[in-house]
Design a binder for this molecule. Structure first.
Ligand SMILES: C[S@@+](CC[C@H](N)C(=O)[O-])C[C@H]1O[C@@H](n2cnc3c(N)ncnc32)[C@H](O)[C@@H]1O
Length: 209
């Protein structure tokens, strides 16, 4: 399984998520990012082409060496300075109040401990900073949810720990953020793809203590 997760999952993920439909969603989630951005689960760098000019730097948090290697072409093409700033977002090396925005796309589904990751996101955000997220997750439709629960453990085994049953907006709110923008939709496709295709995009502000 180590070989599958290390050598195959990053390539499968890139192949699945590198397409024009998802690129349109990436543009939406990246809109409004400014300054120094920390990206959780950087993967193969698919968000880089969608960063607005107002972004100054990106710190990439990514455990997979292969994904980071695959990102190098995009990193070289990017107008923004990109550095790898750690592996597991459950415990970040960055100081408190050190970034203007945190970006996370299709990764809250996979991280070991989403509450810890979001707690760290909150900690490193400067006052006025925002969390931008784009995630697939738990559908509000009962029939789809049933399938998501049935397929969840298989998904986890095949896709490196990915869950179909997490709700990003709920996780974000439980971690002490207020949602300032949120929208949901199904990725276009056949009905049987719905367990993987319920997507939420949002922007969230740390709730004042
Ligand atoms: C489905 S991929 C998404 C990649 C990228 N964000 C994208 O939108 O194309 C999930 C990513 O989260 C990373 N990941 C898994 N556990 C993590 C953790 N604890 N902290 C940070 N990233 C993690 C994986 O290595 C993988 O690159």
């Amino acid at each position: 399984m180590g070989w599958w997760i290390e050598r195959v999952v990053p390539r499968l993920t890139h192949a699945t998520l590198d397409n024009p439909v998802v690129a349109g969603y990436r543009r939406r989630v990246c809109a409004g990012l400014t300054g120094d951005v920390l990206e959780i689960g950087f993967g193969s760098g698919l968000n880089l082409p969608h960063l607005p000019d107002a972004v100054r730097s990106v710190v990439a948090v990514e455990p997979s060496d292969l994904a980071w290697e695959m990102a190098q072409d995009a990193v070289a093409r990017s107008a923004v300075s990109v550095t790898r700033g750690g592996r597991e977002a459950e415990s970040l090396a960055q100081p408190d109040d050190s970034v203007d925005a945190v970006l996370v796309t299709f990764s809250l589904c996979t991280v070991r401990d989403p509450a810890a990751v979001l707690g760290e996101a909150r900690r490193v955000l400067r006052p006025g900073g925002r969390l931008h997220f784009l995630e697939h997750g738990l559908s509000p439709d009962e029939g789809v949810r049933r399938w998501q629960h049935r397929l969840n453990s298989m998904q986890g085994r095949l896709a490196g720990g990915c869950h179909l049953t997490r709700s990003a907006p709920e996780l974000v709110e439980s971690a002490g953020f207020d949602l300032t923008e949120v929208e949901h939709w199904y990725v276009p496709g056949p009905g049987m793809s719905k367990p993987w295709g319920y997507v939420s995009r949002g922007v969230a502000a740390p709730r004042p203590a």
